[in-house]
Design a protein around this ligand. Structure first.
Ligand code: PEP
Ligand code: MG
Length: 316
């Protein structure tokens, strides 16, 4: 009986009326896999591959080293999804061989996909390593690019994946407001979207995520951010494609319910948050989540949005 309770507590993510919202883990490499499995993650929603690259800032790790790391993560979720993000260097994660050293505003400079398009050999090496790592495994491999601004970026990434012969779904992270506002256009080139709410908040509010003095504007409950989430989720629904969230927002159990109500199709977070999000989501119907999301969007600020959503969900 106790075992059944534990298994149920690790079951798939869903609302109380059975609307499925897969709960996935954010990982930085093989070391994070045991905690993700233990928490009952249904897969990986964000594999931050840059950690592999941080050991040596002067060159990319060998393809063999990359294959080994990718394979360990892919093998851990034989039946599940694993969403691998290609290298996101620059800004707060500079790499000598990729990041220009003389940028006045690194967060607005050559980072993420922009670095990789300037260094196609690094992107091709990574995509080839992923293809090799996934060989013979039943896992559903998805690969996404960070910092996609528009359709041209999405196309450049999808072309690179095809050139590498990768058998995977290709996706775009939505971390720049332009990509959320024009999500339907981005979706002409890729099969899924994943909202990176940390950067999306940074760029929406012109508030550096590393500067504590502007943290009020980094609040993922901010209704302007919820509007952009809604725009992206709506576009994905119209195109029959998926739109997950892999930023910190997904780790807040109440906000996870609101994101579900906005139409987000999966939630990815640090493993330790998964049990809390699973338990909260299971308390409410999809219709309640939708009402909470609508209430949050009528608020004027982050704290007010949270209070409004809480009031709906607690039946006040
Ligand atoms: C994000 O920006 O929300 C995200 C998930 O990516 P990272 O935190 O690694 O920039
Ligand atoms: Mg980001």
């Amino acid at each position: 009986e106790r075992k059944a309770a534990i298994d149920a507590a690790k079951g798939p993510g869903a609302t109380s009326d059975g609307h499925r919202v897969p709960l996935l883990a954010n990982v930085g490499g093989p070391a994070d896999v045991p905690a993700a499995v233990e928490a009952g993650a249904e897969g990986v929603g964000l594999f931050r591959t840059e950690f592999l690259f941080l050991d040596d800032s002067r060159r990319a790790p060998s393809e063999d080293k990359q294959v080994a790391a990718y394979r360990t993560v892919l093998e851990a979720f034989p039946e599940g999804r694993v969403v691998v993000r290609v290298l996101d260097a620059g800004a707060d994660k500079p790499l000598e061989f990729l990041t220009p050293g003389d940028e006045p505003n690194p967060a607005l400079g050559v980072r993420g996909l922009r670095s990789l398009l300037d260094h196609p050999e690094v992107l091709q090496g990574q995509l080839r390593a992923l293809a090799t790592a996934a060989e013979g495994l039943p896992v559903s491999l998805e690969v996404m690019a960070p910092m996609v601004a528009d359709r041209a970026d999405a196309k450049a990434f999808a072309d690179a994946c095809r050139e590498a012969g990768l058998q995977a779904k290709f996706g775009a992270m939505v971390e720049i407001p332009s990509a959320a506002l024009r999500a339907r256009s981005v979706l002409q080139e890729v099969e899924f979207l994943s909202l990176g709410t940390n950067d999306l908040a940074q760029y929406t509010f012109a508030a550096d995520r590393q500067v504590g003095a502007v943290s009020r504007l980094q609040d993922p409950w901010q209704p302007a951010l919820l509007d952009l989430v809604s725009a992206a989720a709506e576009a994905a629904r119209a195109e029959g494609k998926s739109c997950g969230v892999c930023g910190e927002a997904a780790a807040d159990p109440l906000l996870a319910c609101v994101l579900t109500g906005l139409g987000v199709t999966s939630l990815s977070m640090g493993a330790s948050a998964i049990p809390f999000v699973r338990a909260e989501l299971a308390k409410y119907t999809l219709a309640q989540c939708e009402r909470a999301a609508a209430a949050a969007r009528t608020a004027d600020g982050g704290p007010e949005a949270r209070t409004a959503a809480q009031a709906v969900l607690s039946g006040e």
